[in-house]
Design a protein around this ligand. Structure first.
Ligand code: G3P
Length: 221
C-alpha cells in the first residue's frame, strides 16, 4: 500500500494565504511524481483558496460536532466540505477535545463523507480513538512535536504499540504517526514500524525549499 502523507500547515506564516497555495502546489507536484498521496491541512480560511486552485486532497485542521443553526464560532462539517475539503484532523495536541466532542466531530464529519484523522498523544488515547471508528488515528507524542527529533527514532514503541492497540480494537482503522518527521529515512522508519504514513508540519512548512524537502521525504519509498 502506498503511504499517506498529511502536511499540517498549522498557523505558520509560511503556510498562510498564498503561502498555503504555494506549498499545496509542491504537494501536488511531488505527489504526482512519486505516486504517493500528499494531502494538505491549511487553516480554515485557506481551505477554499487552496482547494479551488490546486488539485490536491485538502483536510481541515479541526471540525466541530455541530449541526446547522445557532453555533457561532464553530467549524461546521458542511461548510468545510463545501469549501473543498475531503477530510479533517480531529483532536490535535494543539487543539484538544474531550472524548464526547471527538465522537461528535467524527460523526459530523462522516455525515458529510469527510475522511477522519483523530490525533492522539499516546497508546492509551490511540486505543480510545480507534474505538470511535475514524479512518485514521495519528499518534504524535507532544514533546516531539516541532522538535525536529523524529518519533520513528525517538519513540518507536509508541508507533508499534499504537499499531497493535488499533489492530485489537478495529483493524479497519489505519495508523499514521507524526512529530519531528522531515526526512526520507523518517518516513521509511515510520512505515517499517507498521504505520501507513505520517502527519507532519514544521520540517516541510518551514524548510527553505518545501518542494525539495517533500522530495527528500518520499525519496526512500
Ligand atoms: O500535525 C503535525 C504535527 O503536530 C507534527 O509537527 O512540526 O513535528 O512535524 P512537526
Amino acid at each position: 500500500m502506498k503511504p499517506l502523507i498529511v502536511l499540517n500547515l498549522k498557523t505558520y506564516l509560511e503556510g498562510t494565504g498564498e503561502g498555503a497555495v504555494r506549498i499545496a502546489r509542491a504537494c501536488k507536484e511531488v505527489g504526482e511524481a512519486s505516486g504517493i498521496e500528499i494531502a494538505i491541512a491549511p487553516q480554515f480560511c485557506d481551505i477554499y483558496r487552496v482547494a479551488s486552485q490546486v488539485d490536491v486532497p485538502v483536510y481541515s485542521q479541526h471540525l466541530d460536532g455541530v449541526g446547522a443553526g445557532s453555533f457561532t464560532g464553530h467549524a461546521f462539517a458542511k461548510c468545510i466540505k463545501d469549501a473543498g475539503a475531503v477530510g479533517t484532523l480531529i483532536n490535535h495536541s494543539e487543539c484538544r477535545l474531550k472524548l464526547a466532542d471527538i465522537e461528535a466531530s467524527v460523526t459530523a464529519a462522516k455525515g458529510e463523507g469527510l475522511r477522519t484523522i483523530i490525533c492522539t498523544n499516546n497508546i492509551a488515547t490511540t486505543a480510545a480513538a480507534a474505538a470511535l471508528g475514524p479512518d485514521y488515528v495519528a499518534v504524535e507524542p507532544p514533546e516531539l512535536i516541532g522538535s525536529g527529533i523524529p518519533v520513528s527514532k525517538a519513540d518507536p514503541e509508541v508507533v508499534t504499540g499504537s499499531v497493535a492497540a488499533v489492530e485489537r480494537i478495529d483493524p479497519a482503522v489505519k495508523v499514521l504517526c507524526g512529530a519531528g518527521i522531515s526526512k526520507g529515512e523518517d518516513l521509511k522508519a515510520a512505515i517499517e514500524l507498521g504505520s501507513v504514513g505520517v502527519l507532519l508540519a514544521s520540517g516541510i512548512v518551514k524548510a527553505k525549499d518545501p518542494k525539495a524537502a517533500l522530495e527528500d521525504l518520499v525519496s526512500l519509498i
